[in-house]
Structure formats: C-alpha cells, structure tokens
Design a protein around this ligand. Structure first.
Ligand code: ATP
Length: 786
C-alpha cells in the first residue's frame, strides 16, 4: 500500500514504501544521478536556454509590432483621412488632368497621358501630359501635405475597355479633410474650363462614352449655309423640344426626338449638326453602327447612357444595314441587328431628353420602319448648292463682293455643285474673288458635278421642294419604291431573251408575250394574256418578255376599254425588276405617258413634262421603241407624238399602270394596229402566229398529227435527216408539211436554226423566201419582219 502524505505531490525523495509483513520499510532513495541528469541537464543546457531566450525575444518583438500597427492604424484613423478614386469614376480623369498640372514635376515616377488634337483644317497634333505613375507620391497643395497612391491591379481588368483596373488613393491629415472637396472641385472646374466654348466629341469605348480628343472649338451656326429655311426649321424644332420635358412626360410620350439629314456627300450634314451642338452648347456622341463588336445590348446601353446635354449622332446609317434586304436573319458587320437598333432607338424612357440625329447619302436604302415618325420625327434634305447657297458661300469667303457674287451665281446656273466643292474652290482662290469667278467652270469646282438631265439617263436627285409636292402617302410610296429599287436594282435579274424563250416565240408567235400579274401582290387581273383589269390603288403590270431587238422598231397599243375619268392610266415601258405598286415613269428606268394630264415622265414622279393630249375611255395609246437609239415614242389614236426619250438601252418591258378601277386591252401585235405605220412596217412584238400548227378543226382528224399513232424514233428516215438530234421530238417531219409557212423571226442574238432539224428549217427557209416575195398579207403577219 502506498501512502501519500500531504496534499503536495509526493516528492520522490519522501516516498515511503511498507511491505505486507510490516517489516521495516526500506526507504527508496531516488538515484542521485538520475535527478541531476534530467532537470539539471535541461536547465543547464546552454543551447536550450538560448532557444528560450530567442523565443522570448521573438514573442516580444511580435507583440511590439502588433502594438505598433495597432497604434499606427489608431493614429491613422484618428489623424489621417483617405479618399479613393476608382478609374471608373468620372472624376478620375479630371483628377489625373489636374495632377498633371500640379505635381508632375515634383515626382520621380511619371506616366504619360497622350492626347490628340484635331484642328479645324483636319490636321492632328499630339500633346503628352505627364502624370504621377503608379506608386506613392507626396505633394503639398494649399499648404496641406497630400499622399497620392496610384495602384494598378495587375490581375483585375476592366473587361469592357481592356484597361487595367486602377485606384487613386489620396491621404492627408484629418483636420485637412476639406481639402479633398476643394481639390476635386478645382479639378472639375479645370476640366469644364477646358471645354468651355467647345464641343466635346464622345465616342463609344466599350459600353461607355469617352471624350474623343480634345474638345473642339464651337462651330457657329452661320458658318453653315443651307438652303432657305432649313436651318431655322431644325433649330426651332430642337429648341422647342428641349424645353418641353414636362409636356412629354404628362402625355406619357418618350422624351426623345429623331432627325434625319439626307442628301449627297459634302452638302453640310455633319457640319450642320456640329454647329447646332455649338449653338445649343451641347456635346456630340458619335456612334458608328458598323463598329466591330457592337451588339444590341451595348447599343441599348450606350443610347440609354448618353452624357448630359449631348446630341446623339448616327452617321451614314444606311451603311450599317446595307445587307439587310438579303436576309432578315443575317448578321451584319457588327453584331448589331436591325431590330436591335429599332429597339434601342425606341429605348428606355429617360428623364433627360434624347436628341438623335442620323445622316445618310441614300435615304432610299433605309427601311421604312426606321424612318417612321417616333424614330425619325423630322427629315430634311440637304442637296447640292442652290443659288442662295452659292451666293451665301461666296459672300462668306469674299465679304462685300455682291456684284461678283451675283456673277458667280449666274455662271453656275443650272449646274449642280456640292457646297463642299464650293468651299474647296474658294479656299483654293483664297482672297482672289475675281479668279474664283473666272475659274467657275474649272475642273476643280466641277469635278463633282452631276448633270440632272433625265433625258441622258443620269441619276435623278430630288429636292425638298419636289418632295413637298407629294402627299404623305405618295411620299411613303416613293420612298418605299426607292428603297425597293436599291435592294432590287433595275436589270439586276437576267432579262435577255433565252434560247427557250426564243423558241417559244418562234412557235407561238406574239402569243408568247403576255402580261403578268401576281394576284396576291397586284391589284390587277389579266385575262386572255393582254386584257388587264385594274381594281384599286396604284399598281402596274408588265409583260413576261422584253421588246426583242431584231427589228428596228417594236410597237404595242393599249386601248382604254373602260376608264372612269377619276382613274389615271400610265402607258409606257420599264425594266425589271420594277416595284409593282408604282406607275411606269415614276421610278428608275421607266417611262410613262399619263392619261390625266398628257405628261410624260421618266425615272421620277416630280418632273412630268407636257407631252401629248390627255387620254380617256375609248382612246388608244401606242408605244414604240427603237432599240438602236434607245428611243421611246408614243402615239395617241393612231397619231404619232414626238419622240419622248432616247438613250434607253435596256431590256424594256411594255408596262401599264393605273391608280384605280379600269380595263385596258393591249395589242402586242395579235391584231391590226390603229397606228397605220406600225401595221405596214410590221412592228408588232412577234408574228400573229408562230410555227406551231393550230389545233385541227373538229371532224378533220384524218392526217392530223395529234391523232396519229406515234412514230418511233427508229422509223424516222435518218438517211434523209442525219442532223436530227437524238433528243428531238418524236414527231415525224413527214407530217409538218401542212404547218402554215411562217418565217420565224430572226432574233439576231441567237443562232437561227441550230436547234432545229435541218430539213425543217430548210423547208421554212423556202417558205419564207416565198413569203417575202409574194405574201403581202399583213393581217397574216403584221409584226415581225423589218
Ligand atoms: N452648306 C455648307 N455650308 C458651309 N460649309 C459646308 C457646307 N456643306 C459642306 N461644307 C463644308 O464641306 C466640308 C464637308 O462637309 P460635311 O462633312 O458637313 O458634309 P456631309 O454632308 O456631312 O458629307 P458626307 O455625307 O460625306 O458625310 C466641311 O468642311 C464643311 O465645312
């Protein structure tokens, strides 16, 4: 049994052991050696005590450091104040600019901020601003010490702009905390002062707007010379819009307004928008819709976050969707879709007003959905220089030279020149008005002149005055047709007479020609190939085949079979494809003679020229085409009117249009013409009958090829018909002798007999010889031979 005395742990020295017999216990003495070796060794070991010492020192230092940190942060918290400016914030750029003025010279670690400046003459100069680079910088401002810490995050990037994420941290003493506000205000004012009297041009940078280059000097409104009234109209409209936010909001109308400026290049569209921004003291946000990577979402975001007091400018809007008509689902150069643009323009309602300007050189290429009111509320045509513009431009360059200005205007009468060309001319003859006048017909000025003479088949350009003559509906139809013709240009489909069409004309004669009308699309119905019934609205129909080009003249006549006075009919020609809701003469590559006023029209609905008498029910209007000179002429009730137009060397199709109910019967040569000359000279589109036999009379089946038993290919006497091709029809040529002898028309563009069996063609050659000399029966063949 062991006994433990006291509460203390028994020391090994005092431990007593008794045995069972009660014999004197032997006291167990701890071995002296063991006690010394364990404890003493430990304590007396120099290495061990040195380790302890080190641990103690380390712990002490750690405590001290933490204490210091704690103290510093306490001190910082109490004594210092910091301001963080992330690179996303607007004031970041202001601050950097401000810094470049303040402290750059005092710091050792600089970074460069390069900026471009585009001058009014187009030249660009570059300036380098030195700003504190990443790291710590100290400087003193208004007696206060500041620490600037510019930190660039190596790992984080602004994914939209691709630039590294940066933060600027400013530190100063707590008591000087007001210095931050003062500093930021000064930076802001400095930035604003730089823009004062200037127009800032923003471009998109990722999903945000960034200033492009330095702010530009404001352009004055009177530096842009537009035709009378245009400038005032737009400026008044914009100003009225800007002040009427409440009006819009009260009526739940999105507070935005869209403007479209269209017209030829160099007419001042961009310049005017710039000067308008200057006048309103607005900035301009330019967006290129063809920009790579522009998506619907990004556009939407950009349009919803236009900087304050800015005009949104979408230039050359037609270019972005040039391919739209090929497929509605097509991707464009950018990833922007047309519907994306429409949605973005409709856009989120924003409290700030939104002014969107669009420009185009080709309004006809714009989708009607884009130009509808709400997206575009005001359209203005900026065309080539008018007389007043020419005078205005001249006087801007050579003040007070009224007389010379008048002479200059006179020298450009009836000529078409862009205002940009005029500017170039005046710059060239700077300070030399007399020379500018003398060289008014010089090549420099007129390099961009386009003649407006429709008779020469050149491009027609409408003017605002012309457009104003159209009603809203007519203008819509006109714009639609122009857009349509851009998508489907005249002659963009093959219209030459093909071999099979040629053979059909040979076989069927004039019956191969017929008017076509798609009932689903056209408000017209055709019966018996040439009898046209119009129902309502404007539309036109064309023949399936164009005028052939073998004989000198081709001719057809249209009889006004039933025509109320209220219906206007236009008889003429046009190329294909042609918008079937337009009258011939109203659109490119078409000519029309109009019933209500007797005018002729070519290529446009504005410049009708007085031509013949009006025509009405019972009247017969004829159209002749001389393809060598490309001349179109008309007849009225058998009397020829003078040539209408010449130089039209296209595949022209007889075209009849009407704007209301009426019936027009057309004679393409299937019967005698009212115009005698056409009968005598056989100007019809093809012979009355072709080479195909008419069906036999009832009861005369004997000998008829229709009821004969078929003749096998082998039964054909090939010794006499060596050239019969294997694939020739299985009709025995023995039986063709009764086919009326008609000379097949010699459509020169195609080989005459190559596709026909030799004997067949020989027979017909004989027959035609015979016909040419002895058969003068015009009722039989009125139309085809020259
Ligand atoms: N009506 C005008 N009045 C004064 N300057 C003009 C006028 N039209 C053109 N200019 C001058 O011609 C140059 C080109 O003009 P601007 O870029 O405005 O034409 P634009 O119609 O926008 O051409 P584009 O359709 O090719 O963009 C500018 O330097 C401008 O000053």
């Amino acid at each position: 049994m062991s006994e433990v005395t006291g509460n203390a742990w028994p020391s090994p020295a005092n431990t007593t052991l008794t045995n069972a017999e009660g014999k004197e216990p032997q006291s167990i003495q701890p071995p002296v050696k063991a006690e010394n070796s364990l404890w003493d060794n430990v304590t007396s070991n120099p290495y061990f005590s040195a380790g302890f010492g080190l641990i103690g020192v380390g712990a002490g230092l750690t405590v001290l450091r933490q204490g210091l940190n704690l103290g510093t942060s306490l001190l910082r918290r109490r004594l210092l104040v910091t301001l963080e400016i992330p690179s996303k914030d607007k004031s970041y750029l202001w601050f950097l600019q401000w810094m470049s003025q303040q402290s750059a010279r005092r710091t050792q670690h600089l970074a460069v901020e390069t900026s471009y400046k585009q001058h009014d003459n187009g030249s660009v100069s570059t300036t380098f601003g030195l700003v504190p680079g990443p790291g710590n910088h100290f400087f003193k401002w208004r007696g206060v010490w500041l620490q600037v810490q510019r930190q660039r995050d190596g790992k984080m990037m602004d994914l939209t702009t691709g630039s590294p994420w940066e933060t600027i941290t400013l530190t100063t003493l707590s008591r000087d905390r007001d210095v931050f506000t003062a500093l930021l205000k000064e930076a802001q004012q400095m930035a604003i002062a730089k823009q004062e009297g200037k127009t800032v041009i923003y471009t998109s940078y990722g999903p945000e707007w960034r200033p492009f280059g330095m702010p530009r000097k404001r352009r004055m409104l009177d530096s842009v010379i537009l035709d009378n009234g245009i400038k005032e109209r737009i400026v008044d409209d914009v100003q009225a819009f800007i002040g009427s936010g409440k009006w819009y909001n009260d009526r739940g109308i999105p507070y935005r307004r869209g403007y479209l400026l269209y017209g030829p290049p160099g007419s001042g569209k961009s310049s005017f928008i710039q000067s308008l921004a200057g006048e309103l003291e607005y900035n301009i946000c330019i967006l290129n819709l063809s920009e790579r990577g522009l998506t619907d979402d990004r556009l939407n975001h950009l349009l919803s976050n236009v900087p304050e007091r800015s005009i949104m400018l979408l230039e050359d809007i037609d270019a972005a969707f040039a391919k739209r008509n090929q497929s509605d689902h097509q991707g464009y150069q950018s990833m922007l879709t047309f519907s994306g643009l429409l949605n973005a323009l409709d856009g989120v309602a924003s409290a700030e007003e939104r002014i969107v300007f669009m420009t185009t050189n080709h309004i006809e290429q714009l989708d009607p959905a884009l130009v509808r009111p709400g997206r575009i509320d005001m359209k203005e045509f900026l065309g080539n220089a008018t007389e007043s513009q020419i005078r205005g431009m001249f006087l801007r360059f050579y003040e007070n030279d009224q007389d010379l200005a008048d002479q200059f205007v006179r020298s450009l009468k009836n000529k078409s020149v862009s205002t940009a060309s005029l500017q170039g001319h005046f710059v060239y003859f700077k300070d030399k008005p007399q020379q500018a006048l003398e060289n008014a017909s010089g090549s420099q000025l007129f390099s961009s002149i386009s003649t407006n003479d429709p008779e020469l088949g050149t491009e027609f350009v409408e003017t605002p005055a012309m457009l104003e003559t159209l009603s809203e509906d007519a203008r819509l139809s006109y714009d639609r047709a122009k857009a349509w013709q851009t998508a489907y240009p005249p002659e963009s489909v093959p219209t030459d007479i093909t071999l099979s069409q040629y053979l059909t004309i040979q076989e069927k004669g004039v019956a191969a020609f017929e008017f076509e009308a798609d009932m689903a699309e056209t408000n017209a119905f055709i019966s018996g190939r040439t009898e046209i019934q119009f129902f309502r609205d404007e539309c036109c129909v064309q023949t399936n085949l164009p005028f052939p080009k073998n004989q000198d003249v081709y001719y057809f006549e249209a009889k006004m079979y039933e025509k109320p006075i209220s219906t206007t009919v236009a008889v003429g020609v046009g190329t294909k494809p042609f918008p079937n809701w337009r009258m011939p003469g109203w659109n490119k590559h078409s000519v029309g003679y109009f019933s209500h006023n007797g005018c002729k029209m070519f290529n446009n609905p504005f410049e009708g020229k007085s031509y013949g008498m009006p025509f009405n029910e019972g009247d017969v209007v004829g159209v002749g085409y001389r393809h060598r000179t490309g001349t179109v002429f008309f007849t009225r009730n058998g009397r020829k009117i003078e040539d209408a137009y010449s130089g039209l060397r296209w595949n022209l199709f007889p075209t009849i249009g009407a704007n209301g109910p009426c019936q027009v019967h057309v004679n393409l040569g299937q019967m005698g013409f009212v115009f005698i000359e056409a009968n005598v000279k056989k100007w019809g589109l093809a012979p009355m009958q072709g080479t195909l036999a008419p069906p036999p009379a009832y009861g005369s089946e004997r000998g008829s090829i229709l009821l004969q038993t078929g003749v096998s290919r082998n039964s054909i006497d090939r010794s006499r018909n060596e050239d019969i091709p294997e694939e020739s029809p299985l009709i025995s040529l023995e039986h063709t002798s009764h086919i009326p002898h008609h000379q097949p028309p010699e459509y020169s563009s195609l080989p005459r007999h190559s596709a026909l069996p030799r004997r067949f063609s020989e027979e017909h050659a004989d027959a035609s010889d015979h016909d040419d000399t002895s058969n003068g029966n015009e009722s039989d063949r009125p139309a085809n031979s020259p």
